[in-house]
Design a protein around this ligand. Structure first.
Ligand code: 8Y7
Length: 279
């Protein structure tokens, strides 16, 4: 199953790793060290060497309780980084944003995937994605980054997330976005408590059994801290365990800070999944 990213094609029948490059001063797990375009390029180069086939660039932190960033500031952060990576590296560049104007600026600069944790519900976002005609990742989030962890509530988190995502797929298709350009994401940690996240992971098949590829982001997330009582720096093993459970259930893109280790984990998953029982 090939997906076309503005001329670069990825075979999503096998799982891929999306490496994270934050260009925020407050990104929680790297302390904002990769802020300038040069730093972003340096980080992206390492992630590509480690095996990332997609680099996700974000200029607005979506960590719980974080402040929104002004449009001009977000563009000022992401565009130089995207331009640098686009000119230097052969990799799909994903723009992590909820804002239509950032999507437009980022795609002009060389991004070819829109990663919107708000699933194109922001003003003008649906139209921007349709105009830009690049693939989009639609993520489920209950609430906003500012309030999402206050009182997450569901009757049935698995079916509500699935219903939300397929409603957004229908809205996208009606707006002219091709179904073949849509990726789904249950949004681990976005308006979910520990039990919600565990249920979604246990039942990830209910999303991956559709015809659309599924992206999963669990890297270093608080669910791991909550289950294992470990700090952000100690969440690699937990991240790899959850990534493996996701790939085993058919996730095709794993979003990760630790690309080298994640590539190893999913490669082993693939070996197990592909072993021939009759030789
Ligand atoms: C996700 C994400 C984040 C995720 C997608 C973090 C931007 C929080 N998480 N995008 N972004 N899926 N598609 O802890 O799970 O990395 S930010």
């Amino acid at each position: 199953m090939m997906m076309d990213f503005a001329g670069k094609s990825l075979d999503l029948s096998a799982p891929h790793v999306m490496g994270i490059v934050n260009v925020t001063p407050d990104s929680f797990s790297d302390g904002g060290r990769f802020f300038s375009a040069d730093k972003a390029l340096e980080q992206a180069r390492k992630l590509v060497e480690d095996g990332a086939t997609i680099i996700d660039i974000g200029g607005e932190s979506t960590r719980p309780g974080s402040d929104p960033v002004r449009l001009e500031e977000e563009i000022r952060r992401v565009v130089p980084a995207i331009e640098a990576i686009h000119s230097e590296l052969d990799v799909v560049i994903s723009i992590d944003t909820m804002k239509a104007d950032v999507m437009r600026a980022a795609v002009s600069a060389g991004a070819s995937l829109i990663n919107d944790v708000n699933a194109l519900r922001g003003e003008g976002a649906l139209q921007a994605a349709a105009d830009l005609a690049v693939p989009v990742c639609l993520m489920h989030m209950q609430g906003t980054p500012q309030n999402m962890q206050q009182q997450p509530h569901y009757q049935d988190v698995v079916s509500e997330v699935r219903t939300f995502l397929f409603e957004r797929v229908a809205v996208c298709e009606a707006a002219g976005i091709a179904r073949s350009q849509i990726i789904l994401d249950p949004g681990f940690g976005f308006g979910k408590n520990a039990r919600h996240n565990l249920r979604l992971m246990k039942h990830l098949l209910s999303l991956t059994e559709s015809d659309l590829p599924v992206l999963v982001g669990v890297s270093r997330k608080s669910i791991i801290g909550a289950m294992l009582n470990v700090s952000v720096e100690e969440r690699l093993a937990g991240s790899l365990a959850l990534a493996s459970i996701a790939v085993w259930q058919g996730a095709k893109i794993i979003r990760s800070h630790d690309v080298r280790e994640t590539v190893q984990a999913i490669r082993l998953c693939e070996h197990v999944m592909q072993v021939n029982d009759f030789d």
